[in-house]
Design a protein around this ligand. Structure first.
Ligand SMILES: *Cc1c(COP(=O)(O)O)cnc(C)c1O
Ligand code: SF4
Length: 387
């Protein structure tokens, strides 16, 4: 496991409880410069901004569309001395956000169009996604739900819970409810407790899933109180969002350990991000690091075509090459599925390499087909007959 060594580490009180972490979040350019005095002199800063004035202007301009906020814990992992610090690249507003490519849209996945009742998206017959909150501990600049995440005023209030429950209760084809957001764990323990108890009572549900980035951005959230609530609702699946091995800290490992000890299955989805994790070396160390702290990699997402995130998008060819290089070199349980969420709300499709290289018939007649497959090392293997 990598432990980031950074000069500013000493200012971060690791034993902050989660509420004080949230209360002491860094939200202004002035605070940020105070936390990271080395930032203006760093290469990454020079690459992103002309000078401190431009930085401050951009910060205030861009954060009105999409908030800037970072927990002291997560900022403590940043290292301004690294030219491409993966933490800073995920949180710093930058000019490229203003450039929109023609094919990017605010809601590329048509989540609003597939909204069943306010707050619920029912796209696949068997699963429904419930947006419980628009708040997050840290705001990621590549967020695919930028259109609403971080805007407190756009959140549906708790008075909307009843129509959502009624919808889920009366749609027996729904087998799984996914609590999402924003970050659903920004709700209070009491609210979460009563939501989970009510969901548990719905007979036709086979699974309750929570999508949260808090093991990464606010691992202090996973204290005894929350874990007891999750244990009571056993089995719960939690899908988190680590993007880079520097995020795999001792605190994150402790959070995951608490979750696993409470009977929670912990999975990870990451987004393929240009210059952050789009190399096989980074992916390999992320995936093995996840395994080492008790997380099973679930998805690697192709970055969605959202307004203002084009500069984060690595192309599908790059992703497929990484997946190909991982195959055979990494334990199978450490390999996620690479997926593309189809623009327009088509749902997710797996992006797969083709290992079959030729097909033919050696002699006419049924059962005599020949297929050639290439294994992970690139060696051909012949398969004869129909299978
Ligand atoms: C991604 C997504 C899900 C969950 O899909 P899985 O493949 O089961 O992880 C469910 N509903 C919507 C609308 C989604 O975008
Ligand atoms: S934690 Fe998730 S929902 Fe929140 S800003 Fe980051 S990517 Fe968006």
């Amino acid at each position: 496991m990598q432990k980031q060594i950074s000069k500013n580490h000493s200012i971060v009180k690791q034993n902050y409880d989660w509420k004080s972490q949230l209360q002491s979040r860094i939200t202004t350019p002035e605070d940020l410069l105070q936390y990271l005095p080395g930032l203006p002199g760093s290469q990454i800063f020079k690459d992103l901004y002309q000078n401190v004035d431009e930085f401050k202007q951009l910060m205030s301009h861009l954060s009105s569309a999409f908030r800037f906020a970072v927990t002291p814990y997560y900022l403590g992992l940043a290292n301004p001395e690294s030219d491409r610090c993966p933490i800073l690249l995920q949180i710093l507003p930058q000019k490229s956000e203003l450039k929109d490519q023609v094919f990017t849209r605010p809601d590329p996945l048509a989540e609003e169009a597939h909204g069943a009742v306010p707050g619920l998206t029912h796209r696949y017959p068997d699963r429904a996604l419930w947006y419980l909150s628009h708040n997050c501990a840290v705001y990621c600049r590549f967020c695919m739900r930028k259109r609403k995440v971080s805007r407190a005023e756009s959140v549906t209030g708790r008075e909307n819970d009843e129509p959502v429950f009624n919808y889920i209760e009366s749609h027996k084809e729904i087998k799984e409810v996914i609590l999402s957001g924003g970050d659903p764990l920004s709700l209070s323990d009491d609210t979460l407790h009563s939501l989970l108890i009510r969901l548990k009572k719905i007979e036709h549900l086979s699974s309750i899933r929570i999508h949260t980035r808090m093991p990464v951005t606010l691992p202090q959230r996973f204290n005894e109180t929350l874990c007891a609530i999750l244990r009571e609702s056993y089995p719960v699946t939690l899908v988190t969002h680590f993007n880079h091995p520097v995020e795999l800290t001792e605190e994150a490992a402790a959070a995951v350990r608490n979750l696993r000890m409470s009977g929670v299955m912990v999975l990870n989805q990451s987004v393929l991000l240009k210059d952050i994790n789009d190399s096989v070396e980074t992916q390999e160390s992320l995936l093995l690091g996840l395994l080492k702290i008790g997380i099973k990699p679930y998805y690697l997402h192709q970055c969605d075509e959202v307004n203002g995130v084009s500069h984060f998008r690595a192309n599908i060819q790059t992703g497929l090459k990484i997946m190909r290089d991982l195959q055979g070199r990494n334990p199978g349980i450490a390999i996620p599925r690479y997926v593309l969420d189809l623009p327009g709300g088509g749902g997710k499709v797996p992006l797969e390499n083709d290992y079959q290289i030729t097909e033919g018939n050696n002699t006419p007649g049924p059962g005599n087909s020949v297929k050639v497959y290439e294994n992970w090392a690139g060696d051909p293997y012949v398969i004869i007959g129909d299978r």
